[in-house]
Design a protein around this ligand. Structure first.
Ligand code: PLP
Length: 232
């Protein structure tokens, strides 16, 4: 068995166990294999092991990979999305995790209406208010939800965050906890077109912590595929 499939199966088992431990159904959290920069052969290995959810960050890479792999894959767009690139991915993704402005949400809506579909989206939250990161600040998210909920062609399924890089994943527990609370608060408002049944948080370094705080999508790259090399 390849390393990729071993890694995938091991983490999948762990995610299921952590779900049960935190009192949820073991299928409530989906393991998304983050395959950016990785060749399709490695994605195929994960696919053979049973993986159907793949996460990509770059539009060009995503649209290159889709036709090379089986049609039953659910593609997750997890990287920052420029408005002018939206048209290339709408209708091809299962879920867009990284909606970080009203403007990009409007464009997703516009392109979806053109295709006669409704796109499922998550709103990205910069939960630790880091300078370098995309996403709505926690104090902006309520207004953003209200505004985006009225856009035709999109359906707000929940929130997404990337917690800070840290030595000890326990340091991020408070952020995951705050994300869950934020999603509960938003759900309570009962806004039309806002579901809040998805919470995308947890990466290679901190997914255990995120699952125990209520994540429904963990986005794991390095721990499945190995370290990435960004050489051009
Ligand atoms: C790259 C990336 C991941 C995966 O990170 P790993 O640390 O390799 O698991 C998850 N989420 C986002 C938004 C990413 O860009």
């Amino acid at each position: 068995m390849s390393t990729v499939s071993e890694n995938y199966l091991e983490i999948l088992e762990e995610v299921k166990n952590l779900c049960e431990k935190s009192g949820r159904d073991k299928g409530e959290c989906t393991l998304v294999a983050v395959s950016k920069t990785k060749p399709v052969e490695l994605l195929r290995e994960a696919y053979e092991a049973g993986c159907r959810d793949f996460g990509e960050n770059y539009v060009q890479e995503l649209t290159d990979k889709i036709p090379q792999l089986p049609g039953d894959i659910r593609w997750h767009m997890i990287g920052h999305l420029q408005t002018n690139k939206v048209k290339y991915i709408v209708g091809k993704t299962y879920l867009i995790h990284s909606v970080d402005s009203v403007k990009v949400a409007r464009e997703i809506g516009k392109q979806s209406v053109k295709l006669g579909i409704v796109s499922d989206i998550l709103l990205e939250v910069n939960i630790a208010a880091e300078e370098s990161k995309f996403g709505f600040r926690p104090d902006e998210i309520m207004d953003a939800v209200t505004e985006i909920s009225s856009i035709e062609g999109v359906r707000i399924r929940g929130l997404m965050t990337s917690a800070p890089i840290c030595e000890d994943p326990e340091e991020n527990r408070v952020f995951f906890h705050n994300m869950k609370q934020l999603s509960i608060d938003i759900k309570k408002q009962k806004t039309d077109n806002v579901y809040m049944d998805c919470l995308s948080m947890g990466m290679s370094g901190d997914y255990e912590c995120a699952v125990s705080e209520g994540s429904t999508f963990v986005r794991v790259g390095t721990a499945i595929f190995g370290a990435r090399q960004y050489t051009k």
